[in-house]
Design a protein around this ligand. Structure first.
Ligand code: ADP
Length: 174
């Protein structure tokens, strides 16, 4: 527990914390949404930042991904959605975010996220805060949803309802 005097000091700083939750969200899943819901409980503002993962080919365009997420989070106070195409830490600085928020599903994520977090601190001086996946979402990845969806598998339980419709339409037309 914090010493009373220290606690008072911390409280009196009254610091506003804006976090950035960057990802490709192609498409957004129930796992991402869960991280957003829990993330906004611990920061004052959460900016969901939609970028492009250069190692993956996009299914949805950046604009489509932004629109889909905006619709889903429009009623969550303190959450907004932005598109970025530059270096993530530069974008984070431009929007005055002090913290990067990321989700962790398993040890494979830890290995990758560990490197990413150290790199982002080295090049941008930004700390990363991690949220553990919800028990139900530990195996949910956008990559698998795209792949299973392509082969006609039922991924309706893993992504929000509206996104499932959009995914079906997209796959039918691609
Ligand atoms: P990227 O392509 O940059 O990894 P993603 O859209 O795949 O972007 O993921 C963005 C963030 O959300 C990452 O930190 C990832 O670990 C996290 N994430 C993705 N799916 C889940 C999930 N099911 N539970 C918790 N975190 C998740």
């Amino acid at each position: 527990m914090l010493q009373p005097i220290l606690r008072e000091e911390v409280m009196s700083q009254n610091k506003f914390v804006r976090a950035i939750f960057p990802g490709s969200f192609d498409p957004i899943t129930n796992g991402h949404l869960d991280v957003i819901h829990r993330g906004i409980q611990i920061v004052d503002e959460l900016v969901v930042a939609v970028g492009d993962n250069l190692q993956k080919e996009n299914l949805f365009t950046g604009e489509e991904r932004v629109d889909m997420i905006r619709e889903l989070v429009k009623d969550i106070p303190g959450v907004r959605v932005e598109r970025f195409t530059s270096l993530m830490v530069e974008f984070a600085k431009n929007i005055d975010a002090q913290v990067i928020l990321r989700g962790l599903r398993n040890l494979t994520d830890v290995q990758y996220e560990f490197q990413l977090a150290l790199t982002n601190r080295a090049i941008g001086g930004l700390e990363t805060v991690f949220i553990m996946t919800g028990e139900k979402y530990g195996f949910t990845t956008s990559t698998l949803i795209r792949e299973v969806g392509r082969y006609g598998g039922d991924v309706s339980g893993l992504i929000p309802k509206g996104i499932y419709q959009k995914l079906k339409e997209k796959l039918e037309n691609s």
